[in-house]
Design a protein around this ligand. Structure first.
Ligand code: BGC
Length: 738
């Protein structure tokens, strides 16, 4: 653990090494830096929040506008819209050096157009659709004065008690890395500087998803091997995709707060990965090093944070009030301040703000982009792709013409705000299509009736009799159940993952009436719903799908869209299994027969297996996997082997299958999990159509971080597995690495 200790001497400064354009900007950055006083330099490292508050209020702040005019602020968060950003930018332009402000916002899943929550989008396994969603969000934000989003969140999350799993891409490092890159490219476009691109921010660096017991803001205890193998790769993928900024995080890692962590920010990010952007703290996280017991006061916290590589202070006011003094006392070298300022000015130049500080605040463009009548189609497309079909007994779905009477029951059937999901920029429920409305629009001559039955939370069961009575007339019952939008996102850890309130009782009462029940479950995390899983005739996991949610669900229910989503997270059977991922170990005492568990690695009161496995998701059609071949039975370190097989659509509908390649290193110096996802393809096939699918295996797929944290592929045998889910492997072969 030596490496994670606080290392004041270790810092790596910003280097201007890139293209001709970059060095031109670097010259301009230096020309500004030369003119700046120490106070003005520190000002660039200070970020204030506007009217909207997304964390604890800092009551030290006095006159924000005056501070901006004095050059004491480099960036604002939570200010948006052409009017407001123009007004505040005008104040910054009254400062001595007229350095423009950066406006930032949490654009998590859409700006005006509300897309599915990030975890839902991850269920699409569709990188183009994910990139397109981020791109629309960027275009709309960039037309509304925003330069910078605090997204994507690339934290691997394996604990659904942690409410922030909603903001990420699920549990898997490989899938999460590809999605991280897709989102960065979606936000930033081909390059920054265009008016439809904003800076992305890979957060929260690092390992926030491993907070102990799923409790937000908690400590993280993690081996270096797990850090490198599981939690860091999505961040590296973001760097490789050109991400402009990073945000550090609230958690400690093995005792050292991420915000004051030189190993993470200097050695790895700015050193080994040569990241040339800048790092913003999380909300108040520099100040929080005091209650953590890592710093004596804000001055000490500032010293530790700037030394460790945190360039910008979000809302702690620690840098603003202490850095000048620390430099004067010789505790902080001016080179450290210059480095942080350079990084920030560099991005301001890259965005074009020195040439036109109002470039992103153009009322004409704002109006035009916000009224773009095509953006909702992008939202509908990915909403359909995000839905996961968990169960479909006797092909109840898609609904057939013979279904004349549909009764829709449940507190989420007419919900609109919940469909938008947590953490949106602004709610506009007039645009949101509820499940009920989506069905009404699609159902043609069928009768659709609605009974709420109960609220999301609370104990009131007085609506049950009406619900049960209504069911008597139904050919099919659709139940819309789940969490409220406020139950996931920041500060929403739950210790109990069952359906809130009396929803499960409502389900049982309705189901007892004996009609076919389709459960449509909405949430921002994997919930636990065992009776629904066992007793429903069909189940759609519909997350929070955004403004087009109702249409998307109706399209899937009627088969206009054949579901293709696959779970990006394991769904446990009980809270006691958490944290649970498909990446389990065989152990020395594996369970071969669930009836024989004595002295085996098992629970006496629960199965080891999840309710639904990572990668699982059904389709209205079926697929066969046949004829696996390897181009060679073995390969050398610099060789390549092609794995091929035939995928056939054996059902009666056209559909997309996400074929997944997993691997196990059978004997290794650090024990590897039973399966690790190494590749996948989303393949669209017409009914009866088949296609030869090929995956290329090279050393990178076989390698992992060993004890010395070297990324190595060790000679020996590997099991290669191809399947439709992590627990539905259809074909298997052995490969030897020589
Ligand atoms: C969250 C960040 C967010 C920031 C600004 C913090 O509380 O952890 O993810 O970007 O607030 O709103």
């Amino acid at each position: 653990m030596k490496k994670l200790l606080y290392l004041p001497a270790l810092f790596i400064l910003f280097q201007h090494t890139a293209s001709g354009q970059d060095s031109k900007i670097a010259v301009r950055v230096d020309s500004v830096l030369k003119l700046m006083t120490l106070q003005e330099k520190v000002g660039q490292l200070n970020q204030y929040s506007g009217r909207v508050v997304t964390g604890p209020v800092n009551d030290q702040k006095t006159n924000m506008l005056n501070d901006i005019q004095q050059g004491n602020v480099g960036s604002m968060l939570n200010v948006k819209g052409v009017k407001d950003t123009r007004e505040i930018q005008a104040v910054a332009l009254k400062s001595r050096l007229k350095i423009p402000l950066l406006f930032s916002l949490d654009v998590i899943h859409g700006y005006k157009t509300v897309f599915p929550v990030p975890l839902a989008e991850a269920a699409s396994w569709d990188l183009d659709a994910i990139r397109a969603s981020a791109h629309v969000a960027a275009r709309e934000s960039a037309a509304s004065g925003i330069h910078w989003t605090f997204a994507p969140m690339v934290d691997v999350g394996r604990d659904p008690r942690w409410g922030r799993v909603m903001e990420g891409a699920g549990e898997d490092t490989y899938l999460g890395s590809l999605i991280a890159a897709a989102r960065v490219k979606g936000f930033q476009g081909d390059h920054l500087g265009g008016t439809d691109a904003i800076m992305a921010c890979a957060k929260h660096f690092a390992a926030y998803g491993a907070a102990i017991a799923g409790r937000d803001y908690n400590a993280v205890d993690l081996s270096d091997q797990q850090l490198w193998q599981t939690y860091l790769p999505p961040f590296k993928a973001a760097v490789d995709a050109g991400v402009a900024t990073f945000m550090n995080s609230f958690n400690t890692i093995n005792g050292v707060p991420a915000t004051g962590n030189s190993y993470l920010q200097r050695t790895i990010l700015k050193g080994k990965w040569n990241f040339n952007g800048f790092v913003v703290s999380d909300w108040g996280s520099i100040g929080e090093m005091v209650p953590w017991g890592f710093a004596t006061d804000l001055k000490d916290a500032s010293l530790k944070a700037i030394t460790a590589g945190s360039d910008m202070d979000m809302e702690s006011l620690a840098y603003k009030n202490n850095l000048v003094q620390l430099v004067k006392e010789g505790q902080v070298k001016i080179e450290l301040i210059d480095d942080a300022v350079r990084r920030i000015l560099y991005q301001k130049f890259l965005l074009g703000l020195f040439d036109d500080p109002y470039k992103f605040s153009d009322a004409g463009r704002e109006k035009k982009v916000m009224n773009d009548k095509t953006s909702y189609l992008v939202a509908r497309d990915i909403a359909q792709k995000s839905i996961v079909l968990l169960k479909n007994t006797k092909e109840l779905l898609p609904l057939q013409k013979a279904v004349k009477n549909i009764v829709v029951i449940g507190p989420l059937a007419k919900a609109k705000r919940d469909l938008e999901g947590g953490w949106i920029v602004e709610s506009d429920t007039t645009k949101v299509i509820s499940l009920y409305e989506g069905l009404l629009a699609r159902a043609g001559k069928a009768n659709i009736s609605f009974i709420k039955g109960c609220d999301i939370s609370g104990t009131d069961q007085s609506g049950f009799p009406a619900a049960v009575a209504a069911v008597q007339q139904a050919d099919v019952v659709i139940m819309a159940l789940g969490e409220s939008f406020e139950m996931t996102g920041e500060a929403t850890s739950r210790a109990d993952l069952s359906l809130p309130g009396v929803q499960m009782e409502l389900f049982k009462a309705v189901k007892a009436a004996g009609k076919p029940v389709v459960s449509v479950l909405m949430a921002g995390r994997p919930m636990i719903f065992n009776e629904i899983a066992e007793q429903s005739d069909a189940i759609l996991y519909a997350w929070y799908l955004g403004e087009q949610g109702g249409t998307a669900i109706a399209n899937v229910l009627y088969g206009d869209y054949n579901p293709s989503g696959k779970l990006p997270s394991t769904f446990p059977r009980s809270v006691g299994q958490i944290p649970l991922s498909y990446q389990v170990y065989n152990t020395g005492r594996p369970v071969k027969n669930p009836k024989d568990i004595k002295y085996k690695s098992a629970y006496i009161d629960e199965l080891n297996s999840p309710r639904y496995a990572f990668g699982y998701g059904l389709s209205y059609t079926s697929f066969s996997y046949t004829g696996l071949t390897l181009s060679a039975p073995d390969m050398t370190q610099d060789g390549k082997v092609q794995l091929s097989f035939t995928l056939k659509n054996t059902g009666k509908y056209a559909g997309a299958e996400v074929v997944q390649l997993y691997l196990r290193d059978l004997v290794s110096t650090v024990v590897r999990p039973l399966k690790e996802l190494k590749d996948f393809q989303k393949v669209m096939l017409k009914a009866g159509e088949s296609k030869v699918i090929t995956f290329s295996i090279s050393k990178e797929k076989l390698a992992y971080y060993n004890h010395d944290l070297n990324f190595v592929a060790e000679p020996g045998f590997f099991s290669l597995m191809v399947g439709s889910a992590s627990d539905d492997i259809r074909l298997e072969a052995k490969l030897e690495l020589k």
